[in-house]
Each structure stands twice: as structure tokens, then as C-alpha cells.
Unconditional design. Structure first.
Length: 303
């Protein structure tokens, strides 16, 4: 059991660090180019794993429609907003905003999937919104920058993709749906990434930047998702979900250690409110919690 906890902590540490590494990489590569190349390596890894493990399935016409929609919203729109947002938004703020995704997903699910939005969810949402206001409102001097708006869009598109993938996983396993949707999204993103390149675009020639790009694509967006889902079977989803809430704190710590990012009292207080709100809002029955955590883990790999 201790080994499983360490593996879960390892995954969350890498996912939380991903915000910081992303902030570093957008200074070395154009945002869309960065997102596209990372997704190319992620897609290749997932396709190879699916081929080796013989997990490919035939895609039905209805599933194609959902995959295309997921590629447009969950990959093209999400990655465009996310990496452009990281150009001007620090990793800690970005991680705190994106930690609101479970609550926004619950709200969207109540609207589009007719799922119940309970009083517990309302209380949790209020706490999380207050925490977000502390971080991006009070902490930023009550001004919302373009970068923050883009990260908010990334969070909403991420939550929207969760709704689409819930419909998709009614007939398709979460893993293979992630493989297909990531590949489709990469196909959509590639033309946009190269069309935005011009003479002023700077593509790094540094070995460390390319190494970080490739390794984060394979480890954070590929291997960690596989390890996470395997350990869910060992420790149970409820305990695993608690680890996901550590991502903002990891982003704060790694940002401070690697980039010297200042961690303010408002950020700490806001993060505690957000995490508390998310926990309160997303406590559900074991069956519902299992499904939610599996989907979050699968989609987290694309960030």
C-alpha cells in the first residue's frame, strides 16, 4: 500500500510540476508549436501502448462525432488557451484556477447531463469561488489580466471536454477514448501551430528545452496516467482523489524552487479555500467518485 501511495504522490508531483515546466517552455517555443509537438509525442506513446496491449476498438459513427468535438474543444481550444495563458500567468495562479475544474464540470453536468447539483456542491462551489477571487482578484489587485482570462478559458474547455468524454465513455473505455481524442486533437492542432509560425517565431535550439518538452509529453501526459489508473485499483478512488488536490501546492513549491516565484499569504489562503471547496463539492457515492476520478486522471494527461 505504501508503494501505491508513493506512486500516486509521484504522479501528482509531476502533474503539479507540469505547470512550472510549461511556464519555462513557453519562453523557448511558440505556444501552439509547443502544444502541438508535446501532443505529437504523447499521441505516439499512447498509440504504441494501445497497439502493444491490443486495446484498439472500432469507432462507431456517433463516437466519431464526439471525438471530433472533443479534439476541437478539449485539445485545440484548451491547449491554445492554456499555453498562451502561461505566457503571462504564473504557474501557481494557473494551477489554482485549473483546480476549479471539478466544480465547473459538476455545474455543466447538471445543465447538460441532468445530473443533480446538490446543496453540498453549492457550498463547495461558493468556497472555491471565494478562494479563486482571493487569488486572481485580491491577489492581482482586482484586475483580471489577459493571461488569467486565457487560463479560465482553458479550465472551462477542460471541464467541457469532461462532459463530452462522459458521453463517449458510455460506449468506449476511458483509456482508448483518450488515445483517439488526443490523436484527433493533435491532427486539428498541427495546421494551426505551423500556420502561426513566422519569421519572428523563436524555436529553441537548447538541448534542455527539447529534452524537457519530450520528457514532459511522455512522462506527465502518458506514463503518469497509466500508473495512476493502475494504482486506483489498489488504494481505491476516494483516497486517490485526495492526492489530486495537492497539485496547486506542488506548483507553488516547484515554482518557488525553480523560478523563485513568490508565494503570497493570499495565494496560500485562496488555495486552501479552493481545495476545501473542491473536496466538499465532489464528495459523492463510491461509484460516482470512481468514475469522476478516472476521467479526471485521463484528461489531466493532456495538460
Amino acid at each position: 500500500m505504501i508503494r501505491s501511495y508513493l506512486l500516486l504522490l509521484f504522479c501528482v508531483t509531476l502533474w503539479g510540476s507540469n505547470f512550472v515546466f510549461g511556464s519555462m517552455l513557453v519562453k523557448e517555443f511558440p505556444p501552439l508549436f509547443l502544444a502541438d509537438v508535446r501532443l505529437m509525442f504523447t499521441s505516439l506513446f499512447l498509440l504504441c501502448y494501445a497497439w502493444i496491449t491490443k486495446k484498439f476498438v472500432k469507432i462507431k459513427p456517433r463516437e466519431w462525432g464526439l471525438l471530433v468535438l472533443l479534439g476541437l474543444i478539449g485539445t485545440l481550444a484548451n491547449q491554445t488557451a492554456y499555453f498562451n495563458g502561461l505566457l503571462t500567468t504564473d504557474a501557481t495562479t494557473a494551477s489554482l484556477i485549473l483546480s476549479m475544474a471539478p466544480i465547473v464540470t459538476a455545474i455543466l453536468a447538471s445543465l447538460f447531463l441532468k445530473e443533480q447539483f446538490t446543496n453540498r456542491m453549492k457550498i463547495g462551489s461558493a468556497l472555491a469561488l471565494l478562494g479563486t477571487f482571493c487569488v486572481v482578484g485580491i491577489g492581482a489587485g482586482l484586475t483580471i489580466s489577459k493571461g488569467v482570462m486565457l487560463i479560465l478559458i482553458a479550465m472551462v474547455t477542460f471541464s467541457s471536454s469532461m462532459i463530452i468524454i462522459r458521453k463517449l465513455t458510455e460506449t468506449m473505455h476511458p483509456f482508448i477514448s483518450t488515445v483517439y481524442s488526443t490523436t484527433v486533437g493533435t491532427i486539428f492542432l498541427t495546421p494551426a501551430a505551423f500556420l502561426t509560425l513566422d519569421r519572428t517565431s523563436v524555436i529553441s535550439h537548447e538541448f534542455w528545452a527539447w529534452a524537457m518538452l519530450i520528457l514532459t509529453a511522455i512522462f506527465m501526459q502518458g506514463i503518469c496516467g497509466l500508473v495512476w489508473n493502475q494504482q486506483l485499483q489498489v488504494v481505491g478512488t476516494g483516497k486517490a482523489a485526495i492526492f489530486l488536490n495537492l497539485q496547486p501546492f506542488v506548483a507553488m513549491l516547484v515554482g518557488f524552487l525553480l523560478l523563485g516565484s513568490q508565494v503570497t499569504a493570499i495565494q496560500v489562503g485562496g488555495s486552501l479555500l479552493i481545495v476545501t471547496g473542491v473536496i466538499v463539492a465532489t464528495v459523492r457515492s463510491r461509484k460516482a467518485s470512481t468514475r469522476q476520478t478516472e476521467l479526471v486522471a485521463e484528461r489531466t494527461k493532456s495538460m
